[in-house]
Design a protein around this ligand. Sequence first.
Ligand code: GAP
Length: 435
Amino acid sequence: MAVNSQATLEKLVSLCKRRGFVYQSAEIYGGLNGVYDFGPLGTLLKQNIRKAWTNSLLNLDLDILFMEGAILAPEKVWQASGHLENFHDPMVDCMVCKHRYRADDIDLQKPCPHCGNKQWTEVRDFNLMFKTQLGAASTSVAYLRPETAQSIFINFKNIISSNRVKIPFGIAQIGKAFRNEITPKQFLFRMREFEQMEIEWFCKEEEAMKFFDMWCKERINFYKKIGLNTENIHLRAHEKTELSHYSSATSDVEYQFPFGWKELEGIAYRGNFDLSQHMKFSGKDLSVYDEQTKTSYVPHVVECSVGVDRLFLTLLFDSYHEDTVEGETRIVLKFDPKIAPIKAAFMPLSKELNPKMEAIYKEIKKLGYEVTFDDSGSIGKRYRRQDEIGTPVCLTYDFDSEKDNSVTVRDRDTMKQERIKIDSINSYLKKIIEK
Ligand code: GAP
């Protein structure tokens, strides 16, 4: 049982729409299955996720370079990577209602969950890549990348020859990836257009397992630092039969969703499969020279790969709480302040105090904080609104504020209030965000 079992997918989908985190894409035209748009709060939350991930790498005492690759890549790349041949899921159709399923998602011994008949087609392989053509003559075939990793491998030589880096080092990237999932489901869990944060760590073969263990530890540390409940995450080593075509060891960071323990991040030892394949298919030398042994070798790779959107959903599940306050249900997103889209809400107790509070709000906003000004409705209503979007603190300016140069700070989680000086708001916010 998940530690925070109050959240259901339905509640989160509804909250995300109501408060402007996530919308079904092209909703006014009936929606596009497996594709989502992010509203103002969702965009801020995504930015904070990317920032936390990037900072977690910058804080390590390791050489890591960042890049942004193109989304389109020619067919040859996907022949080399093995995606054309191997990147498919088993698909089956109900012959009666024509409903389509991933064959490994259902029990074919049982009737179709949609219409109750039991007449299945053969199970076929369905390649998950989106294919397109380039140019007016449409003669050249390209694919939307199904993972960001290949952009890193095909730029490996460019990066080492234009930067003074030595093995071991990493290349990290955040970017969109596309998979024509047969059955996109569970909201942001399995999408057709999504975003990945990937690190490819290049090292010598003999050090690969040492680095694999190091990355497993570092990635779990990252999830602890962004406030995930540690009882809801664990590391699970893949069985031999589960390994991807490129991997000889993989461990998943799994999260305990209401629909079971599922992969949040994959940590894979990819050997030197990718660089070797790209050497073979491009005819270019992607080996490096070892000054010590005076020989060339193709580096091995440990990869850490997590979806921004899947982590977004995980953070929602993990932070969602309901309690009862004054006989009413209070919904709270208990985000770590680093992750919270809005850091503080500025609230004048009465409309006539607006100019004073607005001036303070603008000063703090100028410092670069994501903050909001809220003067509509009762203070209780305003607190509930901020709780529901995870704002860590609300600051209230009242009739005493002018006399004592102070505001009341109300904590989202404990609902405790304290009085702080107006000129200490900046350091107060800094402290809670950096904690
Ligand atoms: N480069 C390795 C790779 O792409 P993966 O396990 O297929 O490995 C890595 O994907 C991560 O990307 C997953 O752990 C998940 O967080 C995210 N991801 C994969 N497919 C996704 C999808 N259809 N929708 C949302 N996120 C997805």
